[in-house]
Structure formats: C-alpha cells, structure tokens
Design a binder for this molecule. Structure first.
Ligand SMILES: C[S@@+](CC[C@H](N)C(=O)[O-])C[C@H]1O[C@@H](n2cnc3c(N)ncnc32)[C@H](O)[C@@H]1O
Length: 322
C-alpha cells in the first residue's frame, strides 16, 4: 500500500477513536426527515463536505453502496429510504471506523423504531478494490474521500464505481475542489491530503475525470465555500487558498447529442418570433420558458440570435433537454 494511503488510514483510525469536529468541516447539517433521529455521535463524526443523500431521487428499491462509512450518518440516511437488509452496503478499510459506525448504527436503532442495524451491511473494503459484484448496485455514494486520492487512484476508484453500478445507476459524490491548481509543495503534504485539503482538483479536472471513467452525464448540484487554507498554517503556500465543496451526481449512461452531458445549472430560453424552436438535437424550446441545457448544448445554442443562455448556477436540478 502507498505511504500516503497508510497516512490516510492512520488519520481516520484516530478520528474513529476520538471524534474531531475540525477534521472535515461541513456547513450542511443532516437532513431533517420525518421520524429520522440522528444520534449526536453521528453528527459529531460528520466527516463529509456536503451531502450525497437526495430525497428527490432515492427509491425503496435502490441498493446503495456507500464508500468510506465514517460515523455512519449518511449510511443511516440512505437506509431511511431503502429500509431492508442489504439495502445499504458500506465499506471502509479502517477497522476502528467500521466498529464505531456499527456501534453508532446500533444506537440509531434504539432511537428510530423503523431502523434495524442489518439495514446497513458494513464490509471491510477499499475504494480501490471494492468487495462488491459487478453491475449489482443502483447507487454508489462517497463523501469527502475521493479528493484524497492521487490521480491514478482516483481513476481506479472511479473505474470500480463504474464496474459495480448497474447501467443507468448513479454515483453521488461530494468533495472539496480548488479554484485553481494547487502548488506542488502543498499537494505533496500527505497529512493535508488525508485531511481533504491538498488533494483537491479544479472542478473541470474533477468532472473531466468522471467523464473519462465512463459517465455520460454529470450534474453539479451544489457548490459552496468549504475552507480557506492560509500560509500561516502551511508555510509552503505563498497566498491563501480558497476551497469550495461540490455535490454532484454522475450517471452510468451513454453520452448525449453533444457528447458527455455536463449540467451545471445553465438554462436556454428561446425569445424568437415563433411559439417554439426545435434545435439540432430535436429538443423543443417553448418561447419564454427556460429549459435546462448541458454546458456543451449551452455553447452551441448561445450562437443562435434568438436564444438567451444563462450562466452556471451549480444547482442542476434536471437533465438538460439537450
Ligand atoms: C473524510 S472521511 C468521510 C466519512 C464519511 N463519508 C462522512 O461523510 O462522514 C473518509 C472515510 O473514508 C475511509 N477511508 C479511508 N481510506 C479509504 C479507502 N481507501 N477506501 C475506502 N474508504 C476509505 C475513512 O476511514 C473514513 O471513514
């Protein structure tokens, strides 16, 4: 195993034994869903940097693979939707983290009459070699882990995600990203990498790696400030670095008309003389009504004199019409 991965495991072994509220600070709290009572220890061990759980698209028949269980908060929230043994499989290579998550899930079963610990099956496993059959799950989720990986391991972890996902399945991911390339000396700091700081990529590089792994559609659903990292903390930096956090969903499906469909919340609005406009892809725009479009379609449609294209909001809510 690489030296940096050993450091990662040591950091999270310690974080399992001694919850550390400053490890991965997330400005988003757990979902307040009816009848869901989150044990305080799970909130104290929220080492995510956003949310991968989205009530808008979870179904009882989903089978969810959660990579890097942490304190079990998101595994519990996914089980809220699946509510059956084996509905959620969670993997983690750190024994202390698996034990802590199991204890936390048992505590959750005391607080939530609908929940049984066997609704989440925790396995000893590694993102780089998932202990899960090919084409066996409809959802894979990871929160604040893949940013830690060096590029070759990030690609390997994504190829594992693609392998285990059923066709049409989705990969819900939340990670910090950098607003520009990070200095090499900072990237080489393995402890900062383990703490979800120095491994961050730019959004374009992150999404580009998802697309190269075989996802034909990527929706960026949220982007918000995550952390300011200063030269006082890391003398290898010459200036303060701002990190954002994103929430995205990647779909194991074919490319769209314009190639991979990357959705960042852009809209196209036809304002011409006709009631509707049929674009080259066959999509129909209704005069005056915003239609979500992929970034590639936005670039193509922006050349039309009667179409307004809006900038990214990073709140993609639906597949682009084209
Ligand atoms: C930053 S924490 C995130 C925990 C959880 N996802 C959350 O949102 O609270 C990273 C988690 O990934 C686990 N982990 C570390 N290396 C891993 C690997 N190679 N494969 C899978 N999980 C790993 C850690 O033990 C820890 O539980």
């Amino acid at each position: 195993m690489s030296t940096y991965l050993k450091t990662v495991e040591a950091v999270y072994e310690q974080a399992a034994k001694q919850p550390d509220g400053n490890l991965c600070c997330t400005p988003s709290s757990a979902w307040n869903l009816p009848g869901l009572h989150v044990p305080p220890i799970m909130n104290a061990m929220n080492y995510g940097c956003g949310s991968t759980v989205n009530p808008r698209d979870l179904r009882p028949d989903d089978t969810v693979l959660y990579v890097g269980v942490g304190g079990g908060l998101e595994a519990l929230q996914f089980a809220y939707f699946t509510r059956r043994p084996g509905g959620v499989i969670a993997v983690d290579p750190v024994a202390a983290m698996r034990e802590k998550a199991q204890a936390n899930l048992e505590e959750a079963s005391r607080l939530n009459p609908w929940f049984r610990p066997e609704y989440v099956e925790i396995r000893d496993g590694n993102a780089l070699d998932l202990p899960v059959d090919a084409d066996s799950v409809s959802v894979v989720a990871q929160n604040c882990l893949f940013n830690i990986f060096i590029q070759s391991d990030f690609e390997r972890a994504l190829s594992e995600v693609v392998r285990v996902l059923q066709l049409g399945g989705r990969f819900a991911t939340s990670d910090p990203i950098a607003n520009g390339p990070l200095p090499e000396a900072f990237r080489a700091d393995v402890h900062a990498r383990a703490q979800c700081l120095s491994g961050c990529q730019t959004l374009d590089d992150y999404v580009g790696t998802l697309v190269s792994a075989g996802f034909g559609r990527v929706d960026v659903r949220a982007r918000f400030p995550y952390r300011a990292v200063t030269p006082a903390e890391y003398p290898c930096l010459t200036e303060t670095v701002m990190l954002d956090s994103i929430e995205a969903v990647a779909y194991k499906e074919p490319d769209g008309f314009d190639g991979p469909s990357i959705n960042t919340g852009r809209m196209a609005i036809y304002i011409g003389p006709a009631e509707t406009h049929r674009d080259d892809s066959g999509a129909v725009l209704i005069r005056g009504i915003p239609a979500p479009v992929s970034d590639a379609a936005a670039r193509r449609l922006a050349r039309h004199p009667d179409i307004i294209v809006t900038p990214p909001t990073f709140h993609a809510r639906a597949a682009g019409c084209c």
